[in-house]
Design a protein around this ligand. Sequence first.
Ligand code: IPD
Length: 274
Amino acid sequence: MQVGTPAPDELLKVAVEIVRQAADTARRMRAEGVSGIATKSTATDVVTAADRAVEREVVATLRSLRPGDAVLGEEYGDSDVAVSGGPGVVRWILDPIDGTVNYLYGLPHYAVSLAAEVDGQVVAGVVRNAATGDEWTATRGGGAYREGRRLRGSTETDLGQALVATGFGYDAARRTHQAGVLNRLIAHVRDIRRYGAASLDLCMAAEGLVDAYYERGLNLWDHAAGGLIATEAGLRVGGLNGAGPGPDLVIAAPPALFGPLHDHLARCGATDGP
Ligand code: IPD
């Protein structure tokens, strides 16, 4: 990190302040009723007025607090030309509402997720369930926390006893392939959970509320903050065959479960589909 680049805990402070405000906006707008619904990649991939309003609010606050930083957001993409920045430039990665379908239905499981990345590495992240106020944070090298409690993930070592969270994309062909993979995996794990917000899945894995998580097709804003939180809780976060976490696959699991889950997913052709 260069001279002038804030330390991860300073970036986390900024992120937490912004995310709390943004989560209040999301919750208030939900209470007033969902509006401005439009679709994106498919007929079931929705965006609401709240997704857009929260992203605009976060970007405006970042602009005033940290004018030289770049921002990548789910709804508006790269909001600045300085995006890739130079060495030491901070890039914020935002999912204004992760779990938009839960938000749409009023299921209290949707989150604002904000990560700070420097030189291609996420160094600070916060995920806040906007409906409940539960909040998870991490800084690179500084550990992962929920309300002051250090997180260490699950101690499960047997995949057959593992509760595994996953998710599905919005595209029908991808969902069909994902269901096929799940169909082959389900006999080898305790059970499966599908909560509908990837950032929260990663935080739940960090906390040990589920033993592991995997999903194909995630975008960076879905896993940037949650991935750091899981990593800092001691989980291994990656893709297949040594790849980093990315659109092909994100697996987050305690070290003892990562190998067996990875190998099952590889056998099931988890990255072979659309
Ligand atoms: C989605 C959620 C969901 C996951 C999808 C994501 P969005 O994000 O995280 O759990 O399965 O892959 O796209 O659209 O609610 O921001």
